[in-house]
Design a protein around this ligand. Structure first.
Ligand code: EPZ
Length: 420
């Protein structure tokens, strides 16, 4: 397993181009299963999760080509069962369930493994698809689903932690080919859901309300091929903005969608980070002083849970007490113990982490645990004195395109050490 060796204390300077959004492209790839015609998807980041999803679609019989940031997918013929080892490994693969049911009226999909940030249930996915008439059962680690016909229905999709992003995606995709109208209440409002809806609409789907808590889908007989450009990755943009502030540098972030980052930019400004917005370009640097903040992660448009770990690193550098409360996932503080190895003082009280910031971090070997925690540890290593080795960086390659190249281009002293 590769590691990243980082020499800290160097302010990041320069320009970085934001890649396409992982969490938009994965459900969009599944959506390409809804037609037998060719779909061309542009601005696709070269990530291991994207390649994984491509292999899953190919195992289902789709033709998949990926080169130079463009995906071509054609599911002319499909089979209802895929490569279960692959499907089991990646949570995002659950979103092939809706398209397979809509296209083939049957599907066998392995339950996504839990991961370090929580149990990752799919009860809401199953509730929604059952409301459309699917017969579902969970057996031997798989979801077995049959639906001779899908019929539109009104469904409340809210769960104990609020809306479900991929659950909304699954249901919206299944509803595009159901008979009649489906209304999804308490739908997720994330920009990635809107991007998926726009992709489906360009295929001939009749969807309104995406981006709001109520989405309406009028079923149609068939969808056709399309071309679509994926939105930029708001989490990658947030990650680089925080890296600029944490290293006391100044970077220019190109090609983001600042309108997808309002909660993050608001909190960063409150914490003393200087942000100049020029159209889709953000110039970010640390202001004269950093201030402690109180953050709660919420469904969109609240502060995103996927930026929680990165923000915690900035708070360890900020004199005073900051409080970060995680309201979306039940256990997303795996990075806390690793940050403590760098000298951070953080205590966990239930869903909140209390960060006593202001002491400099000092480098040490640390272990990545999940995608966003890994990014946080890289930021911490760049902000710390001395050298830090972040192990198991395969986590980070899942969701950040060439992050070490991009950081080196900004002046970071970071190198990838291939495991012998
Ligand atoms: C998506 O995961 C993202 N992944 C996650 O990003 C992101 O953190 C999450 O949305 C929340 O924004 C992709 O889009 C591939 P959820 P998803 O269903 O859809 C509970 C990253 O780092 N829940 O919105 O799987 C669930 O346990 C990843 O890029 C149920 O209870 O998340 C959680 O507490 C990490 N029952 C909450 O809802 C269900 O059936 C939100 O989960 C489904 C979810």
């Amino acid at each position: 397993m590769d590691s990243l060796l980082i020499k800290g204390g160097i302010p990041l300077e320069g320009e970085v181009q934001i890649s396409g959004a992982k969490n938009a492209v994965l459900p969009i790839m599944a959506g390409a299963l809804l037609t037998e015609e060719r779909c061309i998807i542009r601005n696709v980041p070269d990530l291991s999760d994207v390649r994984f999803m491509g292999q899953i679609l190919a195992s289902l019989g789709a033709e998949v080509k990926f080169e130079a940031g463009t995906l071509e997918i054609q599911a002319a013929k499909l089979k209802g069962t895929g490569d279960y080892d692959l499907i089991r490994k990646m949570r995002g693969s659950i979103c092939i369930l809706g398209p397979l049911l809509a296209r083939l009226h049957q599907a066998k999909v392995s339950l996504p493994g839990g991961c370090v940030i929580g149990s990752r249930p799919v009860d809401l996915h199953l509730k929604g698809l059952a409301a459309l008439g699917a017969k579902l059962k969970v057996e031997g680690g798989y979801v077995l689903a049959k639906a001779p016909r899908l019929v539109g229905a009104d469904i409340f999709l809210g769960g104990r932690s609020g809306p479900t992003v991929l659950g909304t995606a699954n249901l919206m995709m299944a509803a595009t080919l159901a008979e009649g109208v489906t209304v999804i209440e308490s739908a997720a409002c994330e920009p990635e859901v809107v991007d998926l809806a726009n992709f489906l609409i360009s295929m001939g789907a009749k969807i309104s309300g995406a981006g709001s808590p109520t989405i309406q889908v009028q079923g149609v007989d068939a969808l056709h091929g399309t071309e679509h450009e994926v939105i930029p990755d708001r989490i990658e943009a947030a990650t680089f903005a925080i890296a600029a502030a944490a290293t006391n540098g100044e970077i220019t972030i190109l090609g983001s969608r600042p309108d997808h980052l309002s909660a993050v930019l608001d909190k960063l400004r409150e914490s003393g980070v200087k942000i100049d917005r020029r159209g889709r370009t953000l110039v970010v640097s640390r202001g004269p002083r950093l201030n402690p903040v109180d953050i709660t992660t919420l469904p969109y448009a609240g502060f995103p849970t996927d930026v929680q770990a990165q923000m915690m690193v900035l708070m360890t550098l900020t004199p005073g007490l900051s409080i970060i409360t995680e309201r979306v996932f039940e256990s997303r503080f795996m990075h806390v113990s690793e940050l403590a190895r760098l000298g951070a003082e953080i205590s966990i009280e239930g869903p909140s982490a209390i960060v006593k910031g202001g002491r400099p971090l000092s480098g040490a070997p640390i272990m990545a645990s999940d995608l966003r925690a890994s990014a946080a540890l890289v930021i911490a290593g760049m902000a710390a004195r001395g050298s830090t080795q972040v192990n198991r960086v395969y986590h980070i390659d899942r969701g950040y395109e060439r992050i070490d190249d991009k950081l080196r281009a900004l002046g970071a002293r970071i190198q990838r050490v291939k495991e012998a």
